[in-house]
Design a protein around this ligand. Structure first.
Ligand SMILES: NC(=O)c1ccc[n+]([C@@H]2O[C@H](COP(=O)([O-])OP(=O)(O)OC[C@H]3O[C@@H](n4cnc5c(N)ncnc54)[C@H](OP(=O)(O)O)[C@@H]3O)[C@@H](O)[C@H]2O)c1
Length: 335
C-alpha cells in the first residue's frame, strides 16, 4: 500500500489465479493507494510488451510469485508526484525491468509507483514512444554493443554476427549495430524474412542451420569480427570457434537452452572475449550511458516501422501471441 491520493483512480490490466492456478485477465479500476509503496508516481504514456509479460499474464510463478498482479516491465511516462529531491513532477522518464511488472505492479496500467533508483530521465533526443519501441529488447542489445566496444570492438574488425535475428532482441540488435556503423550478418531460421532483416540494416542473411550442427573441431576458419548471440547452446559453441582475432562475443539469451560446450583455444589463441549481458539489474549509472547512445548515435532509423500501437483494451491476445513466437516487432500500449 502506498500514500498516493485516495481520490486518484485508474485503469489497469489485472491477472488473477483460480484455485487450480489458471490465470484470468481483466481490466479493472484501481485506486492509487493500492499501488506498491514508492518514491515516484508516474502517469504511463507508453508501455511495451516483452516475453516476461506473457509469462506473468499467464500466471507463471517463476516471474510473478503473488497474484492478483499487473504485468508490464517497460514503461515511459510523466512524473506526477515524487518524494525524491532529484525527480520532479512533470519530468519525462523511462522505467524498465528491475522488479517492475514482476512482483511490483507494472506498466499495463495508467499509473505506476516505483523507487527513485529505477527512474531514468528520458534522453532529450528521444521521444517516449521511441524509448518504448527500443525498450528492454533494445537496451539488452545496446548493453552488448557497449560492452563489446569496451573490449575494443570496432567496425573495421569485421562483420558482426547476430543470432536469433528476427526475435525482439535480435531485430533491435541488427538495427542498432548497423546504425552504429557495423556490417551485420543476421542469422535466422526464417529465411523468408531476409528482406525484413535487410530493411533493418543486415547486409547478409544466414540460415541458422549453418550454426546449429555440433562440430567437434576446436576452432573453425574465422568468419566474423564479433558476435551478439541470443540463442546459446550449440549455436554459441560454433560462434566462439569462428570469430576472428580479438573478437568480442556478447550473450544475453538461452533460446535453445542454458548450457554450451566450449574449449580454451579461441580464447588463448585468438584472444577473444565472452561478455554477459543483463538488462534487469544493470545499475542506473551504466543504463544512462547506454540509453544516451540509443537516443543518439545508435538510434535505429526505422523505429516506427517495427512498432504496433494498441490500446489497453486491445493488449490481451498479445500476451499469448508473444509466448508462441507470433509477435513480430514491438507491441506498445498507448494511454
Ligand atoms: N539477458 C537479458 O537481460 C535478456 C533480456 C531480454 C531477453 N533475454 C533473453 O534473450 C533471448 C532472446 O529474447 P527475445 O526477446 O529476442 O526472444 P524472441 O523474440 O522469442 O526471439 C528469439 C529468436 O530466437 C530464434 N530461435 C527460435 N528458436 C530457435 C532455435 N531452435 N535455434 C536457434 N534460434 C532459434 C528465433 O529467431 P530466428 O528465427 O530469426 O532465428 C526467435 O525469433 C531469450 O532467451 C530471452 O530470455 C535476455
Amino acid at each position: 500500500m502506498s500514500n498516493w491520493s485516495e481520490s486518484l483512480t485508474f485503469k489497469a490490466v489485472r491477472i488473477s489465479l483460480d484455485d487450480e492456478g489458471k490465470a484470468s485477465r481483466a481490466i479493472v479500476e484501481r485506486k492509487a493507494p493500492e499501488l506498491p509503496e514508492g518514491e515516484v508516481l508516474i502517469k504511463v504514456k507508453y508501455a511495451a510488451l516483452n516475453f516476461k509479460d506473457g509469462l506473468s499474464a499467464n500466471g507463471n510463478k517463476g516471474v510473478t510469485r503473488n497474484f492478483p498482479h499487473t504485468p508490464g516491465i517497460d514503461a515511459a511516462g510523466t512524473v506526477v508526484e515524487s518524494t525524491h529531491g532529484d525527480i520532479k513532477a512533470g519530468d519525462e522518464v523511462i522505467v524498465t525491468s528491475y522488479d517492475l511488472g514482476m512482483n511490483t505492479d507494472g506498466a499495463f496500467a495508467e499509473y505506476i509507483s516505483v523507487p527513485a533508483e529505477w527512474v531514468l530521465p528520458l534522453p532529450s533526443s528521444m521521444s517516449m514512444k521511441e524509448s518504448m519501441i527500443i525498450g528492454t529488447a533494445g537496451l539488452t542489445a545496446g548493453i552488448g554493443l557497449w560492452k563489446m566496444e569496451q573490449g575494443g570492438q570496432k567496425p573495421e574488425n569485421g562483420k558482426i554476427l547476430i543470432t536469433g535475428a528476427t526475435g525482439g532482441v535480435g531485430s533491435l540488435a541488427v538495427s542498432i549495430f548497423s546504425k552504429a556503423g557495423y556490417t551485420v550478418a543476421a542469422s535466422t531460421g526464417k529465411m523468408e524474412e531476409a528482406d525484413y532483416l535487410k530493411s533493418l540494416g543486415a547486409e547478409e542473411v544466414i540460415d541458422r542451420n549453418t550454426l546449429s550442427e555440433e562440430n567437434k573441431r576446436p576452432m573453425l576458419k574465422p568468419a566474423f569480427g564479433g558476435a551478439y548471440d541470443t540463442v546459446g547452446g550449440t549455436t554459441l559453441s560454433n560462434v566462439l570457434k569462428q570469430v576472428g582475432y580479438g573478437a568480442n562475443v556478447a550473450i544475453c539469451g538461452m533460446v535453445t537452452g542454458p548450457n554450451f560446450d566450449a574449449n580454451v583455444f579461441p580464447f588463448i589463441l585468438r584472444n577473444i572475449n565472452l561478455l554477459g549481458v543483463d538488462s534487469a539489474e544493470l545499475p542506473l549509472k551504466w543504463r544512462k550511458i547506454v540509453w544516451e547512445n540509443l537516443a543518439n548515435d545508435w538510434k535505429p532509423t526505422n523505429l516506427e516501422e517495427i512498432a504496433k500501437v494498441v490500446t489497453l483494451e486491445e493488449i490481451d491476445p498479445y500476451f499469448d501471441a508473444i509466448l508462441k513466437g507470433e509477435v513480430k516487432g514491438r507491441v506498445l500500449v498507448a494511454f
